[in-house]
Structure formats: C-alpha cells, structure tokens
Design a protein around this ligand. Structure first.
Ligand code: 6YU
Length: 498
C-alpha cells in the first residue's frame, strides 16, 4: 500500500491550525504542526486576566455576518454573547465608516464640540469611501490613500474660517492616525490608492469573544490528536526540490531543518509564517531560494506595526455609556510633514482609546492603538517610561493634573516579536493585487513532485488580508489544494485499475 502523504505545517496561528483541522478531517493522518513559540494562536493571543481576557492581538470579528467564516465557526461552537448573534447585528452595514468618538479631548485639556467632531468625521468617512471606490483603470499606480485624502482636505481648507481651521486640521490628522492603526502602516501615504477597494468589508457590527479570541483556535485544535502540534520548534530552513531519506527509510522531496538541529521530512510543507518574518528571513528560510517573482512580491506587499497599550484604572473617569475617547493634538495637521522628536512626541501618534467591554470581569480598562515608527519606538521604552507618558497624556487631555495613574498596564511589542515582526499586511504603493496571489502560489506548481511548499497566512488572501477570517480561509485554501491533488491521484489510480 502507498504511504499516506507526510504534511508539515509551519506555524500554529489560525491559518496553520485551520489547514491542519481540514486536512485531518479529510483523512490526512501523517500531519505535524511546528510552532516556534511556546503557545499556539500566533497573532490571536488572549491573555487571561481577572475573570476574563485581554486581547493582545486580534480583538474583533470584522463583519460578523454569514460571509465571515470566523463568525460562522463562533456560532457553531457557541462562543459569542447573544447580542452578537442577532440578525439585526449581522445586517448593520458599516462600510468602513468610523464610529463617532463618544468624547473628544484636545491637547489643551478641553472637550471639543460634538457637532464639529461629527461634521469632520462625516466628511472624512465620505472621502474614505471614495478612496475605496477609485476605478483601477484611471488610477495613477503611485497614488496613495493618504495623498488622496490630503488633496480633499486641502481643497476644503480654503473655505474654512480661521476660527476653527486649526482644530479641523488637527481632527483630520487624528483620523488619519487612526486609519494607520486600522491599515497597520506608518503613514497612509504608503497605502496604494488604486487597490484600496480590493479589501472587502463584510456587513455586521464588529463583536468580541467573551471567552477570548483564542477560544476559536482552541476549538479547531481540539479536533487534532494531542501530538500533532510541536511547540518550541523553530524552523530554520525548508529544503525543497531534493531527495531526503526519512526515519521510515522512505524518500521525500522536502526536509525541514529546525533551529535545535532536528529535521523532518515531508511530501508537502504549508508555510504560514507572517509576511514580516518572510521579509526578514526569506533568503535563508527556503533552499533553493524563492523564485524572483515571489521574492519581489514579499518585498512589495506592505507589513507594518500596530500596537496596543492597555491601561487599567481603579475607577473609571469616563461615563458608563462611553465606548471611545478621542485625543486631538492641537497644532497638528495632515498637510504638514511631521518630523518627530521621538522621545518627546511618540505619544502624539495615539488617536484615542477604546473602553474595553466586560469591566466586571477584567476591571476598568482603556485600550489605545499606536501605529508605525512611533509604535516601534514605544517598544524600545521600559514599562515605567510608557506608563508615565500615558499618565501624563491623560492628565493633559482631561485637564485634570490629579487624575489617578493606571493601576496596571499591558502593552504589545509586535515589531520585536521575532516570529511576527510587525502586525499585519497592507497593499503598499508599488505593489499590485497580483503580488498577493503570487505570495499564495505553491512551489513547484507542476512537474513530477508538485506542491512541495504551499503558502498560507493573512497576507496571502487577496480580499481579506490583515484579518483572522482571511488567515483562516487561506489555511483552508491550501488544505483543499492538497485534498484536491490526492483526489485527482486517487481517481487516476482507480481508472487505471478498471
Ligand atoms: C481580526 C482584529 N486586530 C490587532 C493586532 C494584531 C493583529 N488582527 P500568525 O502570525 O497568527 O501565525 C503564524 C505562526 O507562525 C505564529 O504562531 C508564529 O509564532 C509561527 N512562526 C513564525 N515563524 C516560525 C518559524 N520559523 N518556525 C515555526 N513557527 C514559526 N484581525 O480579524 N480582527 O480585531 C484584529 C489585530 C494588534 C497584531 C490583528 C486582527 C490580525 C490577525 O490577528 C491576523 O491577521 C491573524 O491572526 C494572522 O494569522 P496567521 O495564521 O496568518 O499568522 C480598507 C482597508 C484596510 C485593510 N485593513 C483592515 C483592518 C483589519 C485588521 N484589523 C486589525 C485590528 C485589530 C485590533
């Protein structure tokens, strides 16, 4: 009897686990997942705290509706709160519109008029929507989303009277900084305008997992035998297009070499490491090296940093119905190039805070996001330095020098995480949507031993890149590629028997 194919999956994020779960369900029994870290989940990382969880990575199901497989699985496994499961919730069309911040403070410690904030947010959202529907045909490939929005702002600026012109510009700057967090980039000037519409937004009001985002990873994992996933197994090099003898004396085209010296032979390897890791290590990670078009696509597609700084307060200083707090830096403008003194000014990139849900379980928490170079600079500071900057920031904006300091802080360092090296991907100026498809192409695609190295992970999904649902679908896609290949082989075999 022929041997069952040996499949290795590198990485136990949602894409790797999803690939393993699908392959196992289709009868693939010679299966291992190699994970560099001491935990599974990758960029889904729920830290237990108090009686609940704090999300250090993915937080919301983006677009919880029938087209979202994360949502479908969460329903199947009963992982959501009842409100998140209503039809009403699933039908909300957000279309990328930013929710209006509940309260907006300026850097001089004043509350900014709600009407002004609403007008600017509305204008901004309508331009952002336009940027998502720019026709690819007439679009300058060098154009950026930031440039498009700056042009719109500049064209309106002339009509603004001097009374609140500076505040309007500062508001736009804050919204652009927020957009940097959403896109995981230093500047929206890096994000390609022509392809901005490729990212598909699903309907539904974003929701969270009461038992942590990791509960979905754990559900998928539970269908696999315990010895499938090997933790603390860092892959150094994937040797492919070779002939390697396995411990069972069979010959295999691929050998995976780990940092600890252990080797694994396989017929197929599914690589799910982040694009950030590939950007750093692609030249030594695969041998023979990647074909030039794939190496180029790895460079072209963007991958930036978005971090969280989560603060716990003994008592909330915000109202019970407050869900978000906006920070507006007076004097900042999206039309001026800012060269920051990082030490002093890194906090200026923080657009605001989200009030975390379920305070009865985790305490009174505010979560801020920070993207780009300032975010990477923040990673180099000590906890004490970050905490004291955040305390000073909140005292300045609330105008209350006595505001009690947070009692606890979590902050992420996604750029310094060696096995992620950033947060998530975006389509950078100079990249094309085809680059994402090139990232997803298996090696080799044809020949006597095809599909030796396959690629999954969020950055390989053309319309849902940067999300957990994109990552999950990419894992299933590569599993199905292998399943299809063996179904083809089986039917050929059966025909030849007739
Ligand atoms: C979402 C959200 N969300 C916030 C933050 C982050 C992300 N995302 P993994 O990296 O998980 O797995 C690879 C594994 O491989 C990993 O375990 C490694 O340790 C391992 N590995 C690496 N090298 C190895 C080696 N050599 N050997 C062995 N193992 C190795 N997504 O749906 N909702 O709210 C957020 C957020 C701070 C960091 C997010 C969110 C992104 C997801 O977390 C991410 O895509 C997936 O988890 C990745 O899974 P994976 O399996 O691919 O890799 C218009 C337009 C704009 C477009 N953007 C829209 C915005 C969407 C993004 N939203 C983000 C917002 C938040 C808050």
């Amino acid at each position: 009897a022929s041997q069952p194919p040996a499949v290795l999956i590198i990485g136990s994020g949602i894409s790797g686990i999803a690939a393993a779960q699908k392959l196992y369900a289709h009868g693939f029994r010679n299966l291992k997942v190699l994970e560099a870290k001491g935990r599974t989940g990758g960029r889904i990382w729920s830290q237990s705290y108090g009686k609940g969880f704090v999300e250090l990575g993915a937080q919301w199901i983006h677009g919880p509706s029938p087209g979202n497989p994360i949502y479908q699985l969460a329903l199947k496994y009963d992982l959501l709160d009842p409100e998140a499961m209503t039809m009403e919730n699933q039908k909300v069309k957000v279309d990328g519109h930013l929710p209006l911040f509940r309260i907006s403070y300026s850097s001089s410690g004043k509350i900014v008029s709600r009407e002004l904030v609403a007008n600017i947010t509305e204008l901004y959202s309508s331009w952002l929507e336009q940027s998502q529907s720019v026709s690819q045909k007439d679009c300058d490939p060098k154009a950026s989303v930031g440039g498009f929005l700056q042009q719109k702002i500049a064209s309106k600026e002339k009509d603004w009277d001097s009374a609140n012109k500076d505040m309007k510009l500062a508001l736009f700057k804050g919204l652009l900084d927020l957009e940097c967090c959403i896109s995981g980039t230093h500047s929206m000037n890096y994000v390609a305008l022509c392809l901005y519409g490729e990212y598909t937004m699903l309907p539904g009001l974003d929701c969270t997992f009461p038992g942590g985002f990791e509960s979905i990873v754990n559900q998928l994992k539970s269908s696999l035998p315990n010895d499938t996933i090997l933790l603390n197994k860092t892959v150094k090099t994937v040797h492919w297009n070779g002939t390697f003898q396995g411990s069972d004396s069979q010959m295999y085209p691929v050998q995976v070499q780990c940092e600890d010296g252990e080797t694994f032979e396989a017929d197929h390897v599914i690589v799910t490491v982040s694009l950030g890791f590939l950007k750093e290590k692609a030249s030594s990670f695969l041998s023979p090296a990647l074909p030039p078009n794939k190496a180029q696509a790895i460079q072209n597609v963007g991958f930036g940093t978005n971090n969280k700084i989560i603060l716990e307060f003994k008592e909330p200083f915000w109202d019970p119905d407050c869900k978000t707090i906006q920070l507006i830096w007076e004097g900042e403008s999206p039309l001026l190039e800012t060269k920051r003194n990082m030490k002093q000014d890194w906090v200026k990139k923080i657009p605001g805070f989200v009030v975390l849900e379920r305070p009865e379980r985790i305490g009174h928490m505010l979560c801020s996001f920070i993207a780009g170079d300032e975010s990477e600079y923040m990673e180099t500071l000590t906890d004490d330095e970050v905490l004291s900057s955040m305390t000073a920031l909140l005292r300045q904006f609330t105008g209350n020098p006595e505001l009690p300091a947070p009692i606890h802080m979590f902050r992420t360092k996604w750029h310094s995480e060696p096995y992620t090296h950033g947060s998530y991907s975006y389509i950078a100026v100079g990249a094309s949507g085809d680059d994402i498809d090139i990232l997803a192409q298996p090696l080799p695609n044809e020949g006597a031993k095809p599909l030796q190295v396959l690629f999954a992970g969020e950055a390989t999904h053309r319309s849902f890149y940067s999300t957990t649902h994109g990552a999950l679908l990419s894992g299933w896609r590569e599993a199905e590629r292998l399943i299809g290949r063996y179904q083809e082989l089986d039917s050929l075999l059966n025909k030849s028997k007739l």
